[in-house]
Write a protein that binds this ligand. Structure first.
Ligand SMILES: Cc1ncc(COP(=O)(O)O)c(C=O)c1O
Length: 297
């Protein structure tokens, strides 16, 4: 649904059914949690009924929105409710854990925060710690059996199950266990998050700081009270990123979370091995980058 990313391909893309995200800072239903009746989750049921359950094969979502939202953890009832709706209408639930998987959010997988088991889980990135290109798909055994029963044949990729990539993934996962890096992501990530909130919430450009584990987002706004975003033409995220990189800090830029009105966010997603000195550096440098850009906006 990212209009910017779709733009060049709109003419060949299907306009498949989708629902607005669980995103409390800019609730698409204009409501406030917890008195909101979870419209974000019941939207799925409405969409399924509108299209007819038989026409919907699966629902795919990120457990916590990454670059489309600038790190947006859902409310805690969201995924259990989505799981229940999918089960009720026989719609497969696919968790896109490419960003959130392998310890990034302080649990092995994002869905583990709510003890939800998707039917299909896709992953990448952290699986090999970035040392080898590799993506993965995990599928419930019952689905595999069904496909086998149907005698369906699968196409494979040139590099499917590439031995070197698999060996790297094996080793990365072993190191993660040996060095308790998922636990470390949760522990040090909590310190990172509370420091970000303490030190940067008061900055005039900072509207919202949210996240968990080593997965944090800082949404930048023109007006803190009304949450009005900067206009997209100002390219605020890119300018802050440029200033930060010159000072030695890279962050993943996220834009467009306010729809046509724009939206800017910095995603702070450091390696799991950082300590207090690096947390201090991240905050000091992020603040310096914001201070450098702010007078020219
Ligand atoms: C949530 C999410 N899903 C999927 C992808 C694509 O992953 P890959 O490049 O491994 O295909 C990305 C890439 O950033 C992503 O962030």
């Amino acid at each position: 649904g990212g209009s910017g990313r779709r733009a060049d391909y709109e003419h060949i893309l299907l306009d498949w059914p989708k629902i607005d995200p669980t995103y409390c800072y800019r609730c698409p239903w204009g409501k406030t949690y917890p008195s909101c009746d979870l419209d974000c989750a019941t939207a799925l049921e409405k969409e399924i009924l509108k299209n007819g359950a038989d026409s919907i094969a699966a629902f795919i979502a990120e457990p916590m929105m990454g670059s489309s939202g600038g790190v947006v953890p859902p409310v805690k009832e969201y995924w259990p409710k989505i799981r229940e709706i999918c089960r009720r209408y026989d719609v497969l639930l696919i968790a896109d854990e490419v960003m959130t998987g392998f310890g990034r959010t302080g649990r092995r997988f994002g869905v583990d925060h709510w003890e939800v088991v998707p039917d299909i889980l896709v992953g990448g990135k952290g699986l090999t710690g970035g040392y080898m290109p590799m993506g993965m798909i995990a599928v419930k055994e019952s689905l595999v059996e069904e496909v086998e029963r149907a005698k369906a044949e699968f196409m494979f990729y040139t590099y499917s199950s590439h031995p070197v990539a698999c060996a790297v993934a094996d080793e990365v996962l072993a190191i993660m266990e040996r060095e308790r890096l998922v636990e470390r992501s949760a522990e040090v990530g909590a310190r990172l998050g509370s420091s970000l909130k303490e030190e940067l919430s008061g900055h005039p450009m900072v509207g919202d700081i949210r996240g968990t584990g080593m997965f944090w987002g800082i949404e930048l706004v023109q007006d803190k009270a009304t949450r009005r975003p900067y206009s997209p033409e100002k390219k605020v995220t890119n300018r802050v990123l440029g200033a930060a990189v010159r000072k030695g800090l890279f962050f993943y830029p996220a834009t467009g979370m306010a729809g046509k009105a724009g939206g800017d966010a910095m995603m702070i997603t450091p390696p799991f091995i950082i300590g207090d000195a690096e947390i201090e550096f991240i905050i000091r440098t992020a603040r310096a980058a914001l201070d450098e850009i702010q007078p020219n906006l």
